[in-house]
Design a protein around this ligand. Structure first.
Ligand SMILES: C[S@@+](CC[C@H](N)C(=O)[O-])C[C@H]1O[C@@H](n2cnc3c(N)ncnc32)[C@H](O)[C@@H]1O
Length: 440
């Protein structure tokens, strides 16, 4: 049955909130004020038609949007998306007094900006191997071979690889039967260097037909610089296992950001939006206002990108990171860029900072860029002993950032600015740079 809803109210994730028989439902991919037609039968009500589209709706969006759910803002103009993100941040942080209104810095590109693609394999109805993304909140795989966020080069490799895998009858891994070989593919692309890394994630070390796949891939001259097999036999949603076997090339690629070159291995974190990375770091470091006499701690440093960008302003930079692979890359990156005032420690950031506080180590500036889960209360509390004069908190999750900023309230820091940075266009995700200063 079809039901019309006029002038809908929409939440931050672009869901119209509608009421059917006293029950509230979310209808994806809407824009505030639109008139919509909803199919009310079926497991959940779904969008049947937009009767009166918003002026901000665009028609050339992604054909997979309805099913895939990865891009909440694909159907709206970019300037409107930025307005929504700005509104969201100002609303979320409205309790923080004496800071200027939060602005949002746009991304350089809003399509095909992702340097990292991660997809899962399955067998199609016609018995061909295909890959795609899981539908939101489900284990149904949506076949995608032309994602509008991934690098176009990665999409091309995915399509060619699918043909080759089908030709050699490579069997995708089936989660239910636990049979088959190939689970996921991970592609990393260097936008400046044009280097391409292909990681084939298998359910174990066995990979019959592997050499034929590589031979056919290399014949296509797609500039694949390295191919790695990653073993992941675990029953989790984590894509990569811990063990890699290099099948072709060196096992890593390089990317150039600003004046620096970075080595990236399969398991190391690297910001996904290469095109905006220099802008993000420049904005963060401008706010840090580092002096030539300053010692900087770069906590959660990944492959050392921020440490390396900060090195030219500081006396010394120390990077701390949990991942061994990232630290190995970071050490290599410092050498490759001829930098002599940066060193790295492989440790849990909370463990490191707690010991540094006990040892009364001196840090003038702290830059922290934790994963989505945010930092820990112990990490933040240690700052009341270390007392860096400034903290730059870079976060890719405003919710955990808000939680962590609440802990800062209880120690001697005041928030002086919050800035949104659109590192993830077309999706609900936002990067945020917060500046905190030690009270005098
Ligand atoms: C958002 S990334 C930031 C990396 C880097 N600052 C950059 O811009 O590329 C977060 C990093 O924190 C690391 N990490 C996760 N948990 C950690 C922990 N408990 N201690 C230290 N590092 C951790 C991850 O491996 C990842 O490299």
């Amino acid at each position: 049955m079809l039901k019309e809803f006029k002038n809908v109210k929409v939440n931050y994730e672009a869901d119209a909130i509608i009421d059917i028989g006293g029950k509230s439902y979310k209808i994806h991919d809407c824009i505030e004020g639109e008139d919509i037609l909803v199919e009310t039968e079926g497991k959940y009500p779904s969008l049947a038609k937009i009767i009166q589209p918003s002026l901000y709706r665009i028609q050339d969006g992604c054909p997979y949007q309805k099913e895939c759910g990865g891009c909440q803002f694909m159907h709206m103009e970019y300037r409107y998306e930025l307005e929504q993100k700005k509104k969201y941040l100002n609303e979320l942080f409205k309790g923080i007094k004496n800071i200027p209104p939060i602005e949002i810095i746009p991304s350089f590109e809003y399509y095909h900006y992702r340097n990292k693609s991660q997809m899962t394999y399955k067998l199609s109805k016609t018995k061909r191997i295909v890959c795609g993304f899981y539908e939101e909140y489900s284990h149904r795989l949506i076949t995608v071979d032309n994602c509008m966020l991934q690098a176009e080069r990665a999409n091309l490799v995915i399509r060619e690889l699918n043909k080759i895998l089908s030709k050699h009858k490579i069997r995708p891994y089936d989660e239910k039967t636990k049979e088959g070989i190939l689970r996921h593919v991970l592609i990393r692309y260097g936008y400046q260097t044009k280097e391409l890394m292909l990681v084939l994630v298998t359910n174990g070390e066995m990979f019959p037909g592997r050499n034929n796949v590589i031979k056919d891939l290399m014949k296509l001259n797609l500039n694949i610089t390295t191919i790695v097999q990653n073993f992941n036999a675990r029953d989790t949603s984590i894509v990569l296992g811990d063990k890699n076997k290099v099948l072709y090339g060196t096992g890593y690629i390089y990317e150039k950001i600003g004046d620096y070159r970075f080595k990236i291995s399969p398991n190391s974190f690297f910001q996904v939006n290469s095109l905006s990375m220099k802008k993000l770091y420049t904005l963060a470091l401008n706010q840090a206002n580092i002096k030539k006499t300053d010692i900087v701690l770069d906590a959660y440093c990944g492959v050392g990108t921020i440490s390396i960008f900060a090195s030219k302003y500081a006396k010394e930079v120390i990077g701390v990171e949990l991942s061994k692979s990232a630290i190995q890359d970071a050490i290599g990156n410092v050498k490759m860029n001829h930098i002599t005032n940066v060193s790295f420690i492989c440790d849990d950031a909370t463990n490191y900072i707690t010991h540094a506080a006990k040892a009364k180590t001196n840090f003038d500036i702290l830059i922290m860029d934790p994963p989505r889960e945010g930092s820990t209360p112990q990490f933040i509390e240690a700052l009341s002993y270390l007392k860096p004069k400034k903290v730059i908190y870079i976060s890719c999750n405003p919710i955990t950032l808000k939680r962590d900023l609440n802990i800062f309230k209880d120690i001697d820091y005041k928030i002086t600015s919050i800035l949104g940075f659109d590192n993830f266009p077309k999706t609900k995700h936002i990067e945020v740079i917060t500046v905190l200063e030690l009270r005098k």
